[in-house]
Ligand binder design. Structure first.
Ligand code: 0O2
Length: 202
């Protein structure tokens, strides 16, 4: 954790690090239960993070909440988050099934931004889990797992990068172009899925 994040999270930092490690370990074990072979692995890669303090403060501010670690722990569900990047769209729903069947986890909410993409073209499947870990006077913590294909992740990273560039002119054109890229990548995802299905059928 960066120094500024350590200062922000204070006494909660070690517990959050512990939860992050447990979440990553459980996801890895769950995926390995289906395949440890890189040829057939469901995930291209997995990332786990504790939300940076700047991003936390911005979100708390936006929601009209106190800008403190306690307030984040009580009100936000993505202090600890994981991203599972799959090769194919179908793999996302296989991972979702695995998560729903995991006896150690309680699924609180699922947002399917693939079936129902955001207006800007953002696609991913978000799952909120409630984990039975006591932190800061509360007896459970919500964490978020985002499931995306490589193509969805590529678009989201580039769009995230561009959003923070200053003095962007032709905003409407840029929004349209980003949406067009998202749709093209989604179309490629579907074609790749079809090619895989054809190969698997033999
Ligand atoms: P970071 O840096 O990923 O932590 P919110 O809309 O944020 O008030 P909620 O319910 O958490 O509340 O929203 P949502 O949309 O279900 O999930 C928010 C997270 O999804 C974001 O986290 C991003 O990771 C991702 N996300 C959602 N929409 C977009 C988008 O249009 N573009 C990109 N690149 N990512 C998106 P944070 O907190 O914004 O940031």
């Amino acid at each position: 954790m960066k120094q500024e994040d350590l200062l922000f999270y204070g006494e909660y930092a070690p517990k959050l690090e512990e939860i992050k490690a447990l979440l990553l370990g459980e996801i890895q074990a769950m995926l390995d239960s289906l395949s440890t072979d890189s040829e057939t692995a469901l995930a291209e890669h997995i990332k786990c993070r504790i939300k940076g303090s700047e991003s936390m403060k911005e979100k708390l501010r936006r929601k009209g909440l106190a800008e403190s670690a306690e307030s984040g722990l009580k009100s936000l569900s993505d202090l600890v988050g994981a991203r599972v990047i799959t090769h194919f769209v179908g793999d996302i729903y296989t991972v979702l099934d695995l998560i729903k069947k995991n006896p150690n986890w309680r699924v609180k909410n699922v947002k399917d931004y693939i079936a129902d993409m955001k207006p800007n073209g953002y696609r991913s499947l978000h799952i909120i889990l409630t984990l039975p870990f006591g932190v800061g006077g509360i007896d459970s913590i919500d964490v978020e797992i985002q499931l995306r294909t490589i193509a969805m992740d590529c678009w989201a990273s580039l769009e995230h990068q561009l959003k923070y560039k200053k003095n962007i002119k032709n905003t409407a054109l840029i929004v349209d172009e980003l949406k067009r890229c998202a749709d093209e990548m989604a179309s490629t995802d579907l074609t790749m899925q079809t090619i895989r299905d054809l190969i698997q059928r033999g």
